[in-house]
Design a protein around this ligand. Structure first.
Ligand code: FAD
Ligand code: SF4
Length: 619
């Protein structure tokens, strides 16, 4: 018998770890609490039950956890009780994890993200740390993941500052066709002196590794891709399953890691009738995504002498902007969402940023990548009007005038949105713990999130809000505004009150010093010999870019070190590998959950514009 590993979670990090373990002759059982909507996982294009259906995906939560069955709770500070029970920055729960819904933007983190303390220095009130490796150490793993999942991009179009901080070779594929709305916004960014570029994304611009080119169906971010032109976790999952040594067990919730002394012996599951069988294993990998991995580590009472598990949780601090084009339809809902981006605001030396930081008693700040070109879908649009009309007019949100508004489609067909992914600094008060009163449908305590932005995030937002508005106006918009996505003490009026940007990291951070980290430099939990973490919870900094490529590259790097440090298993006689997949070509190689937030942002912004007398009549 080969040694057996359990991987908790079949998403970006878990599937990558499972691939490495299975290819090193481990028998692997992947335990996934969500359902499996896919057919034969050895196929590059398994049958799916995903579809272009807004009602199913966005409003009936087909791929998402049910917020009543699996809620989380939220509060801003330790001093208050939870103010919200329901979704808090949830990710899909299904085989494939969050990458079922992602729009597959795959920027790399910069050198300053990995060596932040050394290169940029400390910030008061935050706990800035270095990663235990540098950009040049992770770069080959970035290359490998980009080839595996198939990334389309144009290295020649990148901002020189990006290439200085994250040098790289060509992408595996050229970019796909641009979206009209994104090109308008990109032109606006250029007019104000920025460097827009086609957004690198793991969406096929041509047939790649047995998967078809994207057909630009338009229901992309927030929907499972019906044709697998966009994969993510499914690429390593396929490689793992093709070894013949992997079982993917869906609808199986892991309640705790069973451990004694320095070793785990398996995991406890919640079965039917709340019976809790134990599945044994020689090695356990936690990859339930940041919030759920923290929850599981706390439920398991993993060794934590310094009470660090759950602390230094990151969400990116999003700023949302919208541009309305009354004279033309920009149909931003068509195609892959947001085909362009601007990186300039991730630079701590953006013109004027250091001076503004010093005025606010900060050594520096960073905004983050600006995704350009999102929109709403029809039901989201209708809901925005329903919320907005009573604020602005005596008209009721239904009837003939409402239909006319839907046809004119000011807030969908004529709307182009942007989102700035703002870097979030590490604060020990931002954390996951177990809610003292709320339990999920299985009777298990849910994650309670305590989170407020640092002055760094707020200062960056204050600095970049007018600049984002300038970009939108320079793109030719008739009306434009930018608002914080989530409210804060400093900006009480925002698109939403609870974070929902879908970028979740931290709580189980990597480090060389066990006094200030939960995992060693390879993702092994300090104090345990055979429990490892393979998702975004291990991040010591949040970066100023979308995190998932870095989650996968880090999982790949770390899992390779686990298999080389553990005794080498012999292949199980029962393993019947499928023929290996065609290797990808060799050689160098709604916006993020934007729909609802964009609608709310438009409502907040339009109300503000109306107050300033800037609102234009519907054409
Ligand atoms: C609409 C949307 C758009 C996005 N776009 C982008 C993008 O363009 N670029 C980008 O970088 N990121 C994007 N993201 C974020 C991305 O999806 C996540 O960063 C990524 O999936 C996180 O990977 P992970 O390995 O940490 O966990 P996940 O991929 O979330 O996988 C975790 C899995 O573990 C399962 N699980 C959790 N707990 C348990 C348990 N106790 N027992 C069993 N199973 C469990 C979950 O059901 C889930 O399937 C987007 C997210 C959304 C929702
Ligand atoms: S736009 Fe392309 S990648 Fe996105 S869901 Fe449609 S076919 Fe898939």
């Amino acid at each position: 018998m080969a040694d057996k590993a359990i991987v908790v979670g079949s998403g970006a990090g878990g599937s990558t770890a499972a691939m490495v373990l299975a290819e090193a002759n481990w028998d692997v059982v992947i335990l996934e609490k969500g359902p499996n909507y896919l057919g034969d996982l050895t196929s590059p294009t398994p049958a799916t039950r995903f579809s272009n259906d807004e009602l199913k995906s966005q409003h009936r939560g087909f791929e998402n956890p049910d917020e009543e069955a699996e809620p989380r709770t939220f509060r801003r500070t330790d001093a208050e009780d939870a103010t919200h029970v329901g979704h808090v920055n949830h990710l899909p729960s299904a085989v494939g994890g969050g990458t079922v819904h992602w729009d597959a933007k795959t920027p790399r983190f910069w050198d300053i993200d990995f060596k932040k303390l050394t290169m940029l220095g400390p910030v008061g009130g935050a706990d800035v740390q270095d990663w235990p490796f540098a950009y040049e150490d992770i770069a080959p793993y970035y290359d490998e993941i980009e080839r595996l999942i198939g990334v389309a991009g144009d290295v020649d179009a990148l901002n020189p500052i990006t290439l200085a901080h994250a040098p790289r070779g060509p992408y595996p594929m050229p970019p796909g066709p641009p979206q009209y709305s994104s090109t308008l916004l990109a032109a606006g960014a250029e007019r104000v002196g920025m460097h827009p570029h086609p957004f690198m994304m793991a969406i096929n611009s041509q047939t790649y590794d047995g998967r078809p080119a994207c057909n630009n169906c338009g229901f992309c971010s927030g929907y499972g891709c019906p044709i697998h032109a966009r994969v993510g976790a499914l690429a390593p999952l396929r490689r793992a399953v093709m070894t013949g040594r992997v079982e993917v067990r869906a609808e199986t919730f892991v309640r705790a890691v069973v451990h004694d002394g320095r070793r785990a012996s398996g995991v406890r599951l919640v079965g039917p009738d709340r019976v809790e069988p134990v599945e044994t294993a020689d090695l356990v990998v936690l990859a339930g995504s940041a919030i759920e991995t923290n929850r599981l580590a706390l439920l398991s009472e993993l060794p934590d002498p310094n009470e660090l598990i759950g602390r230094f949780l990151f969400f990116h601090w999003f700023t949302t902007g919208f541009a309305i084009f009354l004279r033309e339809r920009v149909h931003a809902y068509r195609g892959r969402s947001t085909s362009h981006a601007v990186d300039d605001m991730a630079d701590p030396d953006f013109p004027g940023a250091r001076e503004f930081a010093q005025l606010n008693d900060l050594p520096y700040f960073r905004g983050g990548v600006l995704e350009m070109g999102g929109s709403q879908e029809p039901i989201g649009e209708a809901k925005t009007y329903a919320g907005l009309l009573p604020l602005l007019t005596p008209l009721k949100p239904f009837g003939q005038h409402f239909k006319a508004l839907m046809r004119a489609s000011v807030l969908r067909d004529r709307l182009a949105g942007v989102q700035m992914i703002g870097e979030d600094l590490a604060q020990s008060t931002n954390r996951v713990d177990l809610d003292p009163t709320v339990v999920d449908i299985r009777g298990v305590p849910v994650a309670r999130i305590t989170y407020s932005p640092h002055e760094h995030e707020i200062t960056a937002q204050m600095f970049y809000l007018p600049i984002i508005t300038d970009i939108l106006k320079a793109s030719g918009a008739d009306a434009a505004a930018a608002v914080p996505q989530t409210s804060s003490d400093q900006f009480p009026i925002a698109a939403e009150d609870v974070p929902s940007g879908a970028h979740t990291m931290g709580g189980m951070r990597l480090g060389t010093d066990p006094a200030i980290s939960v995992c060693d430099p390879t993702g092994r939990v300090w104090g345990l010999d055979n429990v490892f973490v393979a998702d975004g919870s291990v991040f010591p900094t949040s970066g100023a870019h979308n995190p998932t490529l870095t989650i996968m590259a880090t999982a790949l790097r770390n899992a390779r070190s686990w298999v080389s440090s553990q005794p080498q298993p012999q292949p199980s006689p029962s393993a019947t590998p499928t023929a290996p997949p065609t290797p990808p070509p060799a050689g160098p190689l709604p916006t993020t959950g934007a729909g609802a937030a964009l609608g709310a942002a438009v409502a907040v912004g339009a109300a503000a514009l109306a107050r300033q007398g800037l609102k234009r009549d519907t054409p």
